[in-house]
Design a protein around this ligand. Structure first.
Ligand code: ADP
Ligand code: MG
Length: 705
């Protein structure tokens, strides 16, 4: 199929062009105004929009509609209702009302609520986010919505994201006004998430319970070849993968998702898709859809798309680089170093606000990318460490130092660096290897938050980023609005904040051991695991921040703390149970059968040779050797699996009200027990006949496509 991209692009989206086309002028205008001002939609307007939307959706093959939302499970949820409405004469007509468009009432009781439900009604409701367009997917009209409890507490990832965009808008506008930008009415965040993923053959996936239940391998000996030759990165894309990517692009384009770049990644069987950036909440929605479409398209090509952060030990895992910036409704990127003195001072103020925010809220940023899966990557020499720091590159670094010290910037620019007086040197877009090791790198006109996990929603990371930067901007605006001499106050503010927060700047190798030591000396946080990170939710300063910026109430913060701890424990529990199941039902019996086979061979050989009067040296040395080795490993593995099983039992008996204690148990006891079992199993695999091994090997999975 050759496709006309402009023609298919957005063909399944009820976008602005369609709305203008299908809606009466006054309705369109009033909807647009609602969207721009973030106000509630008038029911009369909603009724007209709903009918137009339904008629359009039916043309696109839809029979159902759904309020599409993002509960705390991290995946999207939808409950389909058909448009049919019965008539008196036994027929049906297709109906959809404004009420149904604006608000849905799914039963919230099966979604994680972290205790919020205990105090409020079980019902929840979903409310249309009209800034994110409705779309038709698989015969269903999907209406992007926020999901709340009846008491109004947010139960999803979208609500806090939207709230954080509001607070950032508010505070950024205050700053812009100070610089005389009176024409700007709105500041939005822009987000471009680069999505990494693995593709493996579906038939192999189906033979591995660990992949089926956990999305990652729990066992698997290293193949003779891994990623050491670097021959996969940006390598020629194989025809079968190319066919997948072609269909993926077309499906994404139809949904209005600007899939732009595709290439092979570092690990064998690993790939990446990068979209063109969009407004924050839309980019988050699009990324959720992208992950879903990737999985579905992969199946059609007899692949399985693995989005887990670490599906295979020993080769790189997958991340999601979250490119982030701020843009005005007049089209100005606030992180674009300007050409004029005036623009530069403004740029430096926003940059300083970010530096201050990242330093003061390292803990929340770390928390925003914490998950059981991502724990396998962070700090594993393939992803940034768990320590947060900012890379600004050499040129900008020198500029910042000059400002801080009030000295001259000794780059291309000779003159004394003084805010509001001089022009910045041209800053190259630094794409050197060093910034790849940084969790938070300035890349010319945006920041790249590189620590996000491949499977997670980027809503959390962006929500935190927006909120902490809004807080810095708020403090700056408070000071500057009261300044008697704006220029002097501005310079002092930038200078003093750079001095105070420079410890967070680091341009060196983030993967190195030295950095860990250096970071500790600088007093930077190193929250190694998810379980170390989650408790920071409850720090007084963080609760205060969320409350002040109307992101979360204290009850909402506590609910997220509980939900995330519980999710962690559940994931490790499933992994533990799967490991036990595979070891006991598949791996140990297979090794046992192989030992028997070896024994039989040895026995037959012996009889054969004895009958021919062969003397002394028994020719079954290999069999005896292997039998001994495998029997020993088998016993060790058996003991290890029993220990793991016992620990899982113990975990189940813990008081599950104390979610932190349970999570700590999983981290400190279950994970090491799983690692021990894996060690024996992988060694058995390395010593077993391939035909006897019950699971596809790493080599099969990573190199067979
Ligand atoms: P690379 O980092 O590979 O050199 P780019 O810098 O062009 O490539 O873009 C990487 C990602 O960053 C893309 O998804 C792109 O859309 C996104 N991006 C570019 N500019 C911005 C911006 N101002 N805000 C947010 N994301 C951006
Ligand atoms: Mg990349």
């Amino acid at each position: 199929m050759s496709s006309n991209v402009p023609e298919i692009f957005g063909s399944m989206v009820f976008n602005d062009a369609i709305m203008r086309d299908k809606l009466p002028k006054d309705i369109y205008r009033s909807l647009k105004k609602t969207i721009q001002d973030g106000k509630d939609l008038d029911l009369n307007v909603a009724n007209v929009v709903a009918i137009a939307m339904k008629d359009w959706a039916i043309e696109k093959g839809a029979t159902h509609y759904t309020h599409w939302f993002q509960p705390m499970t991290g995946v999207t949820a939808e409950k389909h209702d058909s448009f049919i409405s019965p008539q008196n004469d036994g027929r049906v007509i297709m109906e959809f009302s404004g009420k149904e468009l604006i608000k849905g009432e799914p039963d919230a009781s099966s979604f994680p609520s972290g205790g919020l439900r205990a105090t409020f009604e079980a019902r929840g409701y979903t409310a249309w986010d009209p800034t994110s367009y409705a779309f038709v997917k698989d015969g269903v009209l999907c209406i992007p919505t926020a999901f709340c409890s009846y008491g109004g507490e947010s139960l999803d990832k979208k609500t806090p994201m939207l709230r954080s965009m509001e607070t950032l808008n508010e505070q950024a506008l205050r700053i812009l006004r100070l610089f005389g930008n009176d024409d700007v009415k709105r500041v939005n965040t822009t987000v471009g998430p680069e999505q990494e993923y693995f593709l493996i053959d579906r038939s192999m996936y189906e033979k591995r319970k660990d992949l089926i239940y956990c999305d990652r391998t729990l066992f698997g000996a290293r193949p003779p070849k891994g990623q050491e030759l670097d021959d996969h990165y940006f390598g020629a894309i194989k025809p079968r993968v190319q066919a997948f990517m072609k269909e993926l692009n077309e499906e994404l384009w139809k949904l209005g998702i600007m899939s732009k770049t595709e290439h092979n990644e570092v690990a064998p069987a690993q790939h990446e898709m990068a979209p063109i950036y969009d407004t924050g909440n839309i980019a988050v929605d699009h990324n959720q859809i992208t992950m879903e479409v990737m999985k579905n398209v992969a199946k059609r090509h007899k692949f399985i798309c693995l989005l887990h952060e670490k599906p295979f030990a020993g080769v790189n895992g997958s991340g999601k680089h979250n490119n982030w910036s701020m843009v005005t409704d007049t089209g100005v990127n606030l992180l674009e170093p300007g050409r004029s003195v005036h623009e530069n001072a403004q740029f430096l103020l926003f940059l300083t606000a970010i530096i201050k925010a990242v330093d003061e809220y390292q803990d929340l940023l770390r928390l925003s990318i914490a998950s059981a899966g991502n724990d396998h990557r962070l700090g594993a020499a393939e992803a940034p460490p768990a320590i947060m720091s900012i890379y600004v590159g050499d040129d900008l670094g020198a500029v910042l130092r000059a400002i801080e010290n009030g000295t001259s910037y000794d780059g291309k620019q000779k003159s004394k660096m003084d805010i509001g007086v001089h022009v910045l040197p041209k800053l190259p877009k630094d794409t050197s290897d060093r910034n790849r090791t940084s969790p938070f790198a300035f890349t010319g006109n945006k920041f790249e938050f590189r620590s996000c996990g491949s499977s997670m929603s980027v809503a959390g990371a962006n929500m935190v980023l927006n909120t902490i930067v809004a807080e810095s901007l708020k403090q700056f605006a408070d000071t500057l609005e009261d300044a008697s001499d704006f220029t002097i106050e501005l310079r002092d503010l930038i200078k003093s904040n750079l001095k105070k927060h420079k410890r967070i700047l680091f341009n060196g190798d983030g993967y190195s051991k030295e950095w860990e030591k250096e970071a500790q000396k600088r007093g930077l946080l190193n929250l190694k695991t998810t379980v170390d990170a989650i408790p920071v939710y409850l720090d007084a300063k963080n609760i205060k921040l969320f409350k002040e910026h109307k992101i979360f109430t204290e009850a909402e913060v506590r609910s997220r703390y509980e939900i995330e701890l519980e999710a962690y424990s559940k994931i490790i529990n499933i992994e533990g149970l799967t490991a036990v199941d595979m070891a006991k039902k598949e791996i140990l019996p297979a090794v046992n059968r192989y030992i028997r086979q070896l024994s039989e061979t040895a026995y037959f050989k012996q009889n054969l040779f004895l009958s021919k009067d062969v003397p002394a040296a028994l020719p079954e040395k290999m069999e005896i050797d292997l039998i001994r080795k495998l029997s020993k490993l088998e016993d060790s593995a058996y003991a290890a699996v029993n220990r793991l099983e016992k620990l899982l039992d113990d975990a189940a008996k813990l008081d599950h009200q104390d979610k932190l204690k349970v999570a700590v148990f999983y981290k400190d006891r279950i994970i090491p027990a799983m690692a021990e079992l894996r060690k024996y199993v992988d060694e058995m695999e390395s010593n077993c006949d391939k035909a006897a091994w019950p699971l596809p090997s790493y080599g099969d999975m990573l190199f067979s496509v």
